[in-house]
Design a protein around this ligand. Sequence first.
Ligand code: BCO
Length: 305
Amino acid sequence: MSVCGAARCRWIQTRSAVSLLQQNRTVRRHSTGAPESNVIREKLQAFPGGSIDLQKRQESGIAVLTVNNPARMNAFSGCMMLELEQRVCELETWTEGKAVVVKGAAGNFCSGSDLNAVRAIANPQDGMRMCEFMQNTLTRLLRLPLISMALVEGRALGGGAELTTACDFRLMTSDGVIQFVHKHMGLVPGWGGAARLVGIVGSQNALKLLSGAVKLDPDCGRQMGLVDEVLHCSSGEAETLAHAEQWLGPFIKGPAPVIQAIKKVVVSGRELPLEQALKTERNVFGTVWGGPANLQALALKPKHK
Ligand SMILES: CCCC(=O)SCCNC(=O)CCNC(=O)[C@H](O)C(C)(C)COP(=O)(O)OP(=O)(O)OC[C@H]1O[C@@H](n2cnc3c(N)ncnc32)[C@H](O)[C@@H]1OP(=O)(O)O
């Protein structure tokens, strides 16, 4: 667990989820005595290039997180992996936020990990360290108290395909492709993408997508349940983003604390055993019951026709 995440993430600190965080409380140490997470951080730092950009729009409550390395089809350099963690950290504490759109720069989503970095750390130990780091970050991305959407323009390959599964929704433009190319690289997903994919499309479909390294187009993606909507727009990135934000509209209408509470109860329902999920749901309920939005609604005596 990152120092940043442990200290600042109110949501993660207060909820009672089992799994990753408890696992991470025991700080594993490398033979040098340094915590394992620092070992991989230092290695990732050695691979610069690109950036992960975050734009928080206060008026709409929508943030746009851009994987930005167009010279390499938005592949993740080591520094970008580190930056992604920082950006997720920033989003964890954005109390006014409602949603985050994850996209790639210049009309492509993401071509996975930077093959130059991969070559340099192509040993099992570093591979597993890198995966642990990315799994942790992507799990935190998926657990954000914000509704998240992957906006897939162009290609989402390898780790890029895995990144799409760390969002609540996936929208694709008609030219989009999601492909778990790992098999062609002699790999399997390692950023948590296989586990999440099984959760989204079921084990039969996940097996087909991974073992066939299937080039998934938007319509097949919809049929399989991986893709929530296909956007047919042709006049560039800005218009595509505007369409995606419009699609989010009905889901993020209302006050941020209520939207965040909804996401929290869904995350606990998805991840926790029933008794713990029910407890979390009660606790989250307590944060909105008698709150400003609730009192306002009671005063208006709405009829839900
Ligand atoms: C657990 C994580 C596992 C992983 O993510 S493993 C990585 C999986 N990804 C890949 O193998 C992608 C390999 N790249 C490709 O297949 C093709 O480049 C791709 C994305 C289909 C684009 O093809 P084209 O449109 O023909 O463009 P191109 O090949 O000329 O690429 C433009 C420049 O981008 C570079 N690039 C693309 N994907 C990269 C990557 N993942 N790492 C490092 N560099 C990458 C590519 O080398 C080329 O650079 P340059 O112009 O030759 O300097």
